[in-house]
Design a binder for this molecule. Structure first.
Ligand code: CP
Ligand code: NVA
Length: 262
């Protein structure tokens, strides 16, 4: 496991998952490796492939992962890039199934930064599993075109529905899952002020939750910024399933590791 950015859930759940399965996890920060002194990713990938059975990486740029995967001769797992966060999305899908029994009869609404890793991976997983997803975000923060195209292609095979909206209130009407993520992702600190302005009307608060269905749950990948993308009464309130969602990272990643390594 190579980390270019901080992590609480992903690092600890992956490390515990590996140990519980009898594997030997090594968690390394980029600067502990020669990578931090300029050794190319392609060289690192080829060398590590001679020692380990899988490489997992959390990176700033998605291209770094693609280069790693192109040169590694063992599986490469995305532990979050600027474009996707697939392990999170798998745990999210599992959590929805756990709470509602199925994915296809559940309306998932993502509110906020629709252009970040978590939004993209949620869109992709719901599309692949035949669910219903609406993304409510300001025009400048709608999902990337390539991600949207991939999600729409999957939806045409699974019967999933995808809606893009601007108005969070309109989107949340009848929602079974209201999902949000931070307004400023890791690596976007320079745009923080601009993003907070763009997203100020996208806070998930009790008023917004009251428009959702009467069985609605609140989801967040965490870490959360109370008072920004979500209010304290929502994340601590009866809607919130965020702790189960975080726990599910461990179970789902064990499944991923078992699938990849056996
Ligand atoms: N949700 C998530 O990936 O959290 P960490 O950044 O703590 O790993
Ligand atoms: N979108 C957030 C997710 C953190 C788990 C980020 O990239 O910082």
């Amino acid at each position: 496991m190579i980390f270019e950015k901080p992590s609480t859930r992903t690092r600890v759940s992956m490390e515990v998952a590996a140990v519980q399965l009898g594997a030997y996890p090594l968690a390394l920060r980029r600067e502990e490796l020669q990578l931090g002194r300029g050794e190319p990713i392609k060289d690192t990938a080829r060398v590590l492939s001679r020692y380990v059975d899988a490489i997992a990486a959390r990176v700033y740029s998605h291209e770094s992962l693609e280069e790693m995967a192109a040169y590694a001769t063992v599986p490469v797992i995305n532990m979050l890039s600027d474009v996707e966060h697939p392990l999170q999305a798998l745990a999210d899908a599992f959590t929805i199934k756990e709470k509602f029994g199925a994915i296809d009869r559940v309306k998932v609404v993502y509110v906020g930064d629709g252009r970040n890793n978590v939004a993209h991976s949620l869109l992709l997983v719901i599309a692949k599993l035949g669910g219903h997803i609406a993304v409510a975000s300001p025009p400048a923060l709608q999902p990337r075109r390539d991600v949207l195209e991939a999600a729409r292609a999957a939806a045409s095979e699974t019967g999933a529905t995808i809606e893009l909206l601007e108005d969070p209130k309109e989107a949340v009407r009848g929602a079974d899952v209201v999902y949000t993520d931070v307004w400023v992702s890791m690596g976007e600190e320079a745009e923080a002020e601009e993003r907070r302005k763009l997203l100020q009307d996208y806070q998930v608060n009790a008023e917004l939750m009251s428009l959702a269905s009467n069985r609605a749950v609140f989801m967040h990948c965490l870490p959360a910024h109370r008072g920004e993308e979500v209010t304290d009464d929502v994340i601590e309130g009866p809607w919130s399933v965020v702790w189960d969602q975080a726990e599910n990272r461990l179970h789902v990643q064990k499944a991923v590791l078992a699938l990849i390594l056996s």
